[in-house]
Design a protein around this ligand. Structure first.
Ligand SMILES: C[S@@+](CC[C@H](N)C(=O)[O-])C[C@H]1O[C@@H](n2cnc3c(N)ncnc32)[C@H](O)[C@@H]1O
Length: 301
């Protein structure tokens, strides 16, 4: 990220969700606030999509990863028999706290955690567009590279006795490995109740080939030009070990083509260009090992 500036990729992700409502008729991820959140008219979004037909795969990728997260929240609330706390890490223009509708019954409170510059920009944007939360929401400014998510969420009032779902979409790739690993360590100890974690992560480029590798390289240079270079990648085995060492067990780790097929019923191998979508949960693994708050990170107090 460019120091002091809000994320530009947060805007792109929101535009893909808005376009999905219009062009795909919200076939997978129905979000009544996706278009209003952009501040753009439906007509303007349609025109933008018409100018960029190449963005279809990315739109599928983003719409389906959000529906995946919504499904995890619903299942976590069903399992708990009670609404859960939802922590959206690197929230960008995420609409969980503003959508209303029956899914609100699954959520007791939303914690929007983001880089302070992006969080401030979003709050100004919400005021400008006249968008109000439909759920209790706490805005938490954290730089994952230097600050402790655990300490910040504790200060913001996260209840450690109530289940938590952490949604961390489109963010890992922009962080360094030490920041990712420290944050995952902290997340497993956010609550004594189960912590479900949903995130996407990219595979190393050298493990990719053909069209997927080309699409990935083009996308990497586009976001680097926006000041948000991709910094990290993991093989599925590395990720499995990282999670296990920090108290999480993977429930599902899906390659992009598999999750797009699950939701859209079509196979688009190049759409997420080597990304994985993962759902993990704390459980037995945590009892034997590393927990939260064992590390002191700059800015954590
Ligand atoms: C591609 S956007 C994704 C936004 C949102 N999760 C979504 O899917 O629409 C990346 C997000 O990560 C956040 N981010 C990037 N680096 C960060 C850091 N070091 N600390 C906190 N947030 C960061 C940005 O502010 C931005 O909101």
């Amino acid at each position: 990220m460019i120091p002091g500036k809000p994320s530009r990729t947060a805007w792109s992700a929101a535009m893909h969700r808005a376009a999905h409502q219009i062009v795909d008729r919200a076939s997978v991820f129905d979000d009544p606030m996706a278009v209003p959140m952009t501040g753009w008219s439906r007509r303007r979004i349609e025109q933008d999509v018409a100018r960029h037909p190449e963005r279809r795969g990315m739109r599928f990728f983003i719409a389906s990863r959000h529906q995946f997260a919504r499904d995890v929240v619903r299942r976590a609330a069903e399992r708990a028999g009670d609404p859960v706390q939802v922590v959206v890490l690197g929230a960008g223009l995420d609409t969980t706290a503003y959508r209303g509708g029956p899914e609100s019954d699954d959520v007791v409170r939303v914690f929007e955690v983001d880089h302070p510059a992006t969080g401030a920009w979003k709050r100004e944007h919400l005021t400008r567009e006249g968008i109000f939360p439909t759920l209790p929401v706490a805005y938490v400014g954290v730089d994952f590279e230097t600050q402790s998510v655990h300490a910040a969420l504790q200060s913001a009032g996260l209840d450690p006795a109530r289940p938590v779902v952490v949604v961390w979409l489109g963010v890992l790739v922009y962080l360094t490995r030490p920041a990712i690993e420290a944050t995952v360590s902290e997340l497993s100890g956010l609550a004594t109740a189960p912590v479900d974690l949903v995130f996407d992560y990219p595979e190393p480029t050298e493990d990719l080939s053909g069209r997927v590798a080309q699409v990935r390289a083009a996308r990497a240079s586009r976001v680097a030009a926006l000041g948000e270079p991709w910094l990290s990648s993991y093989t599925p085995e590395e990720m499995r070990c990282l999670l296990a060492d920090r108290g999480f067990a993977a429930v599902e780790d899906l390659a992009t083509a598999d999750w797009i097929e699950r939701y859209f019923g079509v196979r688009r191998p190049a759409a997420g260009a080597g990304a994985h979508l993962l759902h993990a949960v704390t459980g037995a693994a945590r009892r034997s090992g590393s927990g939260p708050g064992r590390r002191t990170r700059a800015g954590s107090n």
